[in-house]
Design a protein around this ligand. Structure first.
Ligand code: HEM
Length: 146
């Protein structure tokens, strides 16, 4: 069975998707205070993370700081549940706008990935000590629903 990465159209397909997503995040009044003007490397980093978690190349872990970097960037953000669910909503809307495949198994994988990841980010964003962090320490390998 092909990977979620290949099904999504490889690097190009994911890059287009994350571009649309990040533009919508920066324009959102609820998320804007967290992201400010945004960071130029965000789209490349988030695309690389998504490629890796969906079974593509591991450049994010190999060259972009890997999971410790993800933990560091979310710590202290104090993400609210309302912001987390808006993030999920914009992520799924961007999949439509960017024309990612609309088949149910792929969309279910996309949703379960962002639901899980955004909960990890929310927990880590409130962690005052290392013990309060979510136990995840590596980019997870996401795959098709059962
Ligand atoms: C699946 C869930 C998530 C993933 C995979 C993810 C991934 C990432 C990555 C890779 C970066 C680093 C970008 C860089 O190095 O430039 C980042 C930064 C950031 N993330 Fe997340 N994140 C997730 C959820 C969230 C949520 C739910 C929020 C808030 C609602 C959030 C807020 C931020 C902010 C504010 C930054 C730093 C600012 C920026 O890079 O523009 N993240 N995230």
């Amino acid at each position: 069975m092909i990977s979620l990465f290949e099904h999504a159209g490889g690097w190009q397909g994911l890059r287009r998707f994350i571009d649309v997503f990040y533009t919508s995040v920066l324009a959102d009044p609820l998320l804007h205070p967290l992201f400010g003007q945004g960071r130029p490397e965000h789209v490349t980093h988030l695309t690389a993370f998504t490629a890796e978690t969906f079974g593509g190349p591991d450049d994010f872990t190999a060259n972009m700081g890997g999971f410790p970097h993800i933990i560091a960037v979310h710590r202290g953000l104090k993400i609210t549940e309302e912001q987390r669910s808006r993030f999920v909503e914009l992520y799924m809307a961007a999949a439509d706008t960017a024309g990612l495949p609309a088949d149910a198994p792929f969309r279910e994988a996309l949703r379960s990935h962002v639901e899980f990841g955004s909960r990890v980010a929310l927990q880590n964003s409130h962690a005052e000590t290392d013990d309060a962090l979510h136990p995840l320490r590596e980019v997870p390998l996401w795959t098709w629903p059962e």
